[in-house]
Ligand binder design. Structure first.
Ligand code: AMP
Ligand code: GLY
Length: 426
């Protein structure tokens, strides 16, 4: 098969790497790709927001299959346009991508399908929203309705903080996506990321993962896209996973089909494990980044087979195999991330680190004159396997010690919750 992976992050490097291992992969393009993907695939500098250009490339290159990595092209309807042009595509329709694109859409679906989630109210004017905040009290959660690059959510510990967040939304801090605001009950518990491949009807649950969203050690500081991740998430016992599948994922998928907008692709459920059981925090319509990196390192089955079955609607009965080993990834970011990452510095010592237990996935990198250059906020994802999360962590940090990049930084405590659990069990 001739395949295009859309995107340029660590998630797309991991997807492309996994696809490239398939004996059925004849030719692999990554659009636009990064400094890591160019070493085994062909990077293509086509603007992915220009759907006609993507389609023209796919036709000219006789591409058989397109895999959409990020959320933005899915929400923009690239999947619909590709399918309309007769191309096979992994990724949801624009209508189904509203599960990520609109928080109020997902909340309404949860109501219809009886999916456990935080109680909420939806507002399109500031006065009513402020009155509701004062009525409910803190802690409380304020969310701009649309995509806000991960920045539209405030978990407010005081009424003051909540009121400020409401005013920010309505004053246009998040653009259009803030003109509707969802205000939610604060959920207390431990979070986990759950991934399910869905072909519109059938669902294949993938192993759980957990990420670290805050930029500093101890889970402090501003939110990021994720500073590290590990899989499995110990909080997700097999019983808990079955409960998430039966009470959250399956009812949502059934309801989407009943509405005439079946979901295909990978559904990423952010789950809060509360005292009353698992509750849905949010859906995303793509793999998590960096969660995808740990999942792809654990995957033993053919990734291309899995993604293709998802796109073709033939998932029923498929049981992908994953190694029992744990995987952990540490994000190596450019100093200044997430606010103002410094680009352009050289990174040395990355090539040659990979083994069958360690893989450096690239995110914001490019190669120039034979040098590896930092070209984004999250730059490398140093990803390792181990018998335990602790062993995977040690292997990842050993590799990081061998990378020479003074302009980079990473958290030193990725996996701490899981490792604490392992120590308690031992
Ligand atoms: P979201 O963009 O909806 O995933 O929210 C970002 C982060 O805010 C989540 O990963 C949670 O840590 C936190 N969060 C979102 N909603 C809630 C909630 N209802 N209760 C507690 N924390 C939440
Ligand atoms: N790591 C969380 C996300 O991809 O949204």
């Amino acid at each position: 098969m001739r395949i295009v992976v859309i995107g340029s992050g660590g998630r797309e490097h991991a997807l492309a790497w996994a696809i490239a291992k398939s004996p059925r992969c004849e030719k692999l393009f990554v659009m636009p790709g990064n400094g890591g993907t160019e070493s085994f695939a062909q990077n293509v500098p086509v603007d992915i927001t220009d759907h006609a250009a993507v389609i023209a490339f796919a036709k000219a290159e006789q591409v058989d299959f397109v895999v959409i990595g990020p959320d933005a092209p899915a929400v923009a309807g690239l999947g619909d346009d590709l399918r309309e042009a007769g191309l096979l595509c992994f990724g949801p329709s624009r209508a189904a991508a509203q599960l990520e694109g609109s928080k109020s859409f997902t909340k309404a679906l949860c109501d219809e399908a009886n999916v456990p989630t935080a109680a909420y109210a939806r507002f399109d004017n500031e006065g009513d929203a402020l009155a509701y905040v004062h009525d409910q009290g803190a802690p409380i959660v304020i969310k701009a309705d649309g995509l806000a690059a991960g920045k539209g959510v405030t978990v407010a510990m005081s009424i003051q903080e909540a009121a400020d967040a409401v005013r920010d939304c309505f004053s246009g801090a998040f653009g259009e996506s803030g003109s509707t605001v969802v205000i939610e009950e604060y959920l207390e518990g431990e979070e986990a990321s759950i991934f399910a491949l869905c072909d519109g009807e059938s669902v294949v649950m993938l192993p759980s993962a957990q990420d670290h969203k805050r930029v500093w050690d101890g889970d402090r500081g501003p939110n990021t896209g994720g500073m590290g991740a590990y899989s499995p998430a110990p909080v997700m016992t097999p019983e808990m996973t079955a409960q998430v599948e039966n009470e959250i994922i399956l009812p949502s998928i059934r309801r989407m089909a009943e509405r005439g907008t079946p979901f295909t692709g990978v559904l990423f459920a952010g789950i809060m494990v509360t005292r009353d059981g698992p509750k849905l925090i949010e859906y995303n319509v793509r793999f998590g980044d960096p969660e995808c990196q740990v999942l792809m390192l654990r995957l033993k089955s053919d990734a291309l087979d899995l993604l293709e079955a998802t796109a073709r609607g033939t998932l029923d009965g498929i049981r992908p195999e994953f190694t029992d080993e744990a995987a952990l990834t540490v994000v190596y970011a450019a100093k200044g991330y997430p606010v103002n990452p410094v680009k352009g510095s050289e990174i040395r010592g990355v090539d040659g680190l990979d083994t069958d237990k360690l893989k450096v996935f690239h995110a914001g990198t490019l190669r120039r004159d034979g040098k590896l250059i930092a070209n984004g906020g999250r730059v490398l994802n140093v990803t390792a396997l181990g018998q335990t999360v602790a062993e995977a962590r040690d292997r990842a940090y050993d590799a990081i010690d061998r990378i020479d990049w003074p302009e980079g930084f990473c958290r030193s405590d990725i996996g701490w919750r899981a490792i604490e659990r392992e120590l308690k069990r031992a």
